[in-house]
Design a binder for this molecule. Structure first.
Ligand SMILES: [Zn+2]
Length: 198
């Protein structure tokens, strides 16, 4: 939605990792092995991939979705931005309750080929689970199983929540209520971006 509205390139670590895996690059293969065995891809690998992506796509503004996710990633991102002579304009903290997370995960579908994400409830994807962009299969993600959720929530509290104090120090941080429909959340995010687009 952001790319369509603002023409900024948007990426997430998951999107980059899937492409590296599909291309069979050494990093992609390594990361895939790690996540297959239930491990988290290391901060180092994620930061290297993000840095590569930035040098290709980051000339005229960019948006990261789900990055940085740890304090270490945030520190490395700051170093990278300093090297590039730029600063973060905006950090959006989507506040979402545990209940919302549960509901969304239970109904999430993702394209195995391109990573497009949607839900069982939208546009009849439950009847015809085919990706509208690449015709790939839309599947429930394996790692969305209920048992994994507890681990992820614990990880979020331990590793991601400390980011709040990092970004609260500068004025970049804005909180958005994510417990609402896509359109309402997007409207708020779009307004925040618009204030900063020259
Ligand atoms: Zn697709």
């Amino acid at each position: 939605m952001i790319t369509r509205h603002f023409a900024f390139p948007v990426t997430s670590p998951g999107t980059i990792l899937r492409r590296e895996r599909d291309l069979g690059t050494p990093l992609g293969v390594e990361a895939d092995e790690t996540s297959k065995h239930g491990g988290l891809v290391s901060d180092d690998i994620i930061v290297r991939l993000i840095e590569d992506w930035l040098s290709l796509h980051g000339q005229n503004g960019f948006v990261f979705d789900g990055f940085p996710r740890t304090v270490k990633q945030a520190e490395r991102l700051n170093e990278i931005l300093q090297k590039r002579g730029t600063a973060l304009d905006l950090a959006i903290w989507l506040e979402v309750s545990e209940e919302t997370v549960r509901d969304r995960i239970a109904s999430r579908l993702q394209c195995r080929r391109c990573g497009f994400t949607t839900s069982l409830t939208s546009a009849g994807f439950a009847d015809r689970p085919i990706c509208p962009y690449c015709d790939g299969p839309l599947i429930r993600r394996d790692d969305d199983a209920a048992e994994v959720l507890q681990t992820r929530l614990a990880e979020f509290k331990a590793k991601t929540e400390p980011l709040l104090s990092v970004y609260e120090k500068d004025a970049a941080l804005h909180r958005v209520d994510g417990n609402r429909g896509r359109e309402a959340v997007f409207t708020d995010i779009a307004a925040l971006i618009e204030e900063r687009v020259p």
